[in-house]
Design a protein around this ligand. Structure first.
Ligand code: ATP
Ligand code: MG
Length: 410
């Protein structure tokens, strides 16, 4: 009997053609997520992935990491054993050892039908064995205090009691690359995470207004990216100096139109970064009606300048719901640290909620748009983040990783 982690994924979410890619990526991601904690051997066994932990010193350390691997439906630390009835009984005995419970059930599943007992017979036999060990206990199929799960495969079996829900979603790396516009606020980190959960690699872009504002937002953006990198193992953050660009806007654009003009410039610059890193879409934390720049009218003005889709995963969410997700994610406490949001700089108290296309076009005509956008893209400073620390870029360079050339390379 040896320790193992059993990882289940949602079979139904696997489209036929994508299945090999999905599984390969999930296997790579699992290994990356836990590989630094100790020796792990991974195998793919009919419908589940098993991490053999026979040589691992502290298998329980893996659990927190496994909870952050997207594409996982649920996972558990299990006892790996043989398929004889004696071995199964011994494994069940070990699994319940040291646990206090008044009622229990056995939930057996056979991944192959040639095993001599049906699942129901196996439940009965192993249940009787537990009752013999713990005479005071009773079986409860509906509300057991302890549910002992037994998975019987052709050559081996797994026994465990505490499956934990996985992150769900799809493995990072199966969905293409997107560029997230990351402010220091509550919403955009949650938006970026939602795309990671749908399998995307996220590259971050942050606009800051130093030296016009105290240099706090950059530190927050870095800390947010560091936390989010736990979900995708390697991140790039492009920091774009935006203060000078905003100053140009202030000189040319009347106050009510400024917020929309800032956003349109951010989108154009972020697209420049996206093209350099091979991203196919942008992501923002906008939610409908939350602030003046997020009315349908103004979102339309923002979309008009985009040549790639702007994904807004939070568009229909309330602030309360977004805040709950940010707390669960561990980004909330960073987001609420005081900073000086670049968009509060030179921003009027009452921005227009409904600005016409001709009106924005007219005020933008006073700007050297191409010059400002080029300036933003070229001045972007690139930083890299790894998880676990010291593990290097992911996927490893050379293994399908596009290296960046041009001004963004450094
Ligand atoms: P957040 O909580 O994400 O800051 P918000 O509710 O403050 O969002 P806005 O200020 O209107 O809303 O920003 C809308 C979106 O624009 C943000 O979610 C983010 O994607 C992007 N954005 C705003 N400011 C910046 C910035 N300084 N750098 C990068 N992206 C930004
Ligand atoms: Mg904000």
């Amino acid at each position: 009997m040896t320790p193992a982690a059993v990882v289940h994924y949602h079979e139904i979410s696997l489209k036929r053609g994508n299945r090999p890619l999905f599984l390969r990526q999930l296997q790579h991601n699992l290994l990356r997520a836990v590989g630094d904690l100790g020796p792990v051997e991974l195998s793919q066994l009919s419908g589940r992935i098993v991490l053999d932990l026979a040589r691992h010193r502290a298998p329980a350390d893996l659990l927190e990491r496994l909870a952050r691997v997207s594409g996982v439906a649920n996972f558990a630390l299990a006892i790996r054993t043989g398929v004889s009835r004696e071995m199964l009984r011994a494994a069940v005995e070990q699994a319940i050892g040291g646990r206090a419970f008044g009622s229990f059930r056995i939930t057996a599943r056979r991944a192959f039908k040639t095993f001599p007992l049906t699942s129901v017979e196996l439940n009965r036999e192993l249940g009787a064995h537990v009752l013999a060990q713990r005479p005071g206990c009773r079986v409860s199929l509906e509300h057991p205090e302890l549910n002992v799960r037994v998975e019987v495969l052709p050559d081996e079996a797994f026994v465990y009691c505490d499956p934990q829900p996985g992150a769900g979603g799809l493995p990072v790396g199966t969905g293409g690359t997107v560029v997230a516009l990351l402010s220091g606020g509550i919403d955009s980190p949650v938006a970026a995470w939602r795309l990671m959960k749908r399998g995307c690699r996220v590259v971050f872009v942050h606009f800051h207004s130093a030296p016009y504002l105290p240099d706090l937002s950059r530190g927050k953006a870095r800390e947010l990216v560091a936390r989010l990198t736990q979900w995708q193992y390697y991140s790039r953050l492009f920091i774009v100096p935006f203060g000078e660009i905003q100053r140009e806007v202030v000189l040319a654009v009347p106050p009510p139109a400024r917020v929309v003009v800032y956003r349109r410039l951010m989108v154009r610059i972020a697209e420049g970064v996206a093209r350099q890193v091979g991203a196919l879409a942008l992501v923002t934390g906008e939610s409908l009606g939350q602030v003046a720049s997020q009315t349908l009218h103004n979102l339309t003005r923002i979309d008009e300048v985009a040549s790639m889709p702007i994904l807004r995963p939070l568009i229909g969410m309330d602030k309360l719901e977004i805040t709950e997700q940010a707390r669960a994610l561990g980004t909330f406490e960073v987001s609420i640290e005081p900073d000086a949001d670049c968009c509060t700089l030179f921003t009027p108290r009452h921005p227009a909620t409904r600005i016409a296309a001709e009106e924005v076009a007219a005020v933008e005509a006073r700007l050297d748009l191409i010059g400002l956008v080029t300036q933003g893209v070229e001045a972007a400073q690139r930083e890299e983040f790894e998880f676990p620390a010291g593990a290097g870029p992911y996927p490893p360079r050379g293994a399908g990783h596009r290296s960046v050339t041009g001004p963004l390379a450094e």
